[in-house]
Design a binder for this molecule. Structure first.
Ligand code: DAH
Length: 346
């Protein structure tokens, strides 16, 4: 019995000094293994008188259980210690700056269109849509450009079917559609941003696909000065309060009179630079008073109603605003371009 107590005490002392699981395993083998000191003590049972056999057997079992408990407790302690050390080592430093995740940026053309839409919406205009696959009737005929008219040549059109169905070469057909829908008896204020197509060879200033923003206002007693005032407000909102505007005479079949609308160069302030080709002025849109024939064709009596219309090239606006000198930039899928021109950075 004394041996049992002694062995257990000795085991306890050894366990106290253990620092890792290998040492602990060695101890387990030393005491509880087949030839371990506790196992060997059980061989003594055979030599004992019968009445002692029982008490010694019970004490031996008790010792075995205690030894197992001691070893298991130490094992748990070692595992916990190892886990805590591992956690301490792998501690995350939340003050470290994170890796930069590349993010997308809004498309520049969309930015410009949204900006123009906001300006016009604030002035009570509606934003409307129209089909890109259009009928000749809307793209040309109702706009005072009959078949065979030389003006059609200027808009090298993609025809789809028999000179009847085409890819719209301008957003102006939406003027005709809007007037016809309105029924000839209500005022109209609308803009229509959208894609247009022409059989142009792509270069720095031409693209076979581009975007226009069409505008139309129809009401009673509308004059060219209303167009001038409207254009002035828009130019200032888009290009800055100090910008001045002017009209130059021009020619479009669907407007009479027709004008080119210019803004004073916002880079050189009118002194002359490469952007304005030393003229001090930059052309931003075509415009004019809606031709009486167009009003008539679209159900508005030109003796009662008058109006103005205009057409901006969206890429041109974006190129001016962001200093882009090649229209193809918008149609190449180079992500670096869109992030460079992120509006918030400009
Ligand atoms: N549709 C013309 C073009 O593509 C632009 C334009 C000019 C639209 C004058 C208009 C306008 O509404 O009044 O060149």
């Amino acid at each position: 019995m004394k041996d049992l107590e002694k062995t257990l005490k000795e085991l306890e002392k050894k366990i106290e000094k253990v620092t890792n699981s290998n040492e602990l395993n060695d101890i387990r083998v030393e005491y509880l293994g087949k030839k371990g000191s506790i196992s060997l003590l059980s061989s003594k049972i055979a030599d004992l008188p019968i009445e002692e056999k029982k008490t010694f057997g019970a004490a031996l079992n008790d010792t075995k259980n205690k030894a197992t408990e001691l070893i298991d407790a130490k094992k748990k302690e070692l595992e916990e210690k190892a886990l805590n050390e591992k956690l301490a080592r792998e501690d995350i430093d939340i003050s470290l700056p994170s890796l930069k995740v590349p993010t997308g940026a809004p498309n520049i053309l969309e930015n410009i269109i949204e900006e123009v839409e906001e300006v016009f919406l604030s002035m009570g205009y509606d934003v409307v849509d129209g089909p890109e696959i259009e009928e000749d009737k809307y793209n040309f005929e109702l706009l005072n450009i009959p078949k065979g008219h030389p003006a059609r040549d200027a808009q090298d059109t993609f025809y789809i079917e028999d000179e009847k169905i085409l890819l719209r070469s301008q957003t102006s057909p939406v003027q005709a559609r809007t007037m016809l829908k309105a029924g000839g008896n209500t005022p109209i204020r609308m803009i229509c941003p959208g894609k247009t197509y022409r059989r142009d060879a792509d270069d720095a200033t031409h693209s076979h696909q581009f975007m226009q923003i069409e505008g139309l206002l129809v009401d009673k007693d509308i004059s060219l000065s209303d167009l001038k005032g409207t254009f002035d407000v828009i130019a200032k909102k888009l290009f800055g309060e100090e910008v001045e505007t002017r009209f130059r005479p021009s020619y479009y079949q669907f407007t009479e009179p027709s004008v080119e609308t210019d803004i004073s160069c916002f880079v050189c302030k009118g002194k002359g630079c490469s952007l304005c080709k030393n003229t001090g002025w930059i052309t931003v849109s075509g415009a004019g008073m809606v031709h009486p024939n167009v009003l008539q064709n679209c159900g508005y009596d030109p003796k009662v109603w008058s109006g103005f219309a205009f057409g901006f090239g969206a890429e041109r606006l974006a190129m001016l605003k962001y200093g882009i000198n090649d229209i193809r930039t918008f149609y190449q899928t180079d992500l670096r371009e869109s992030s460079t021109f992120d509006r918030k950075d400009v």
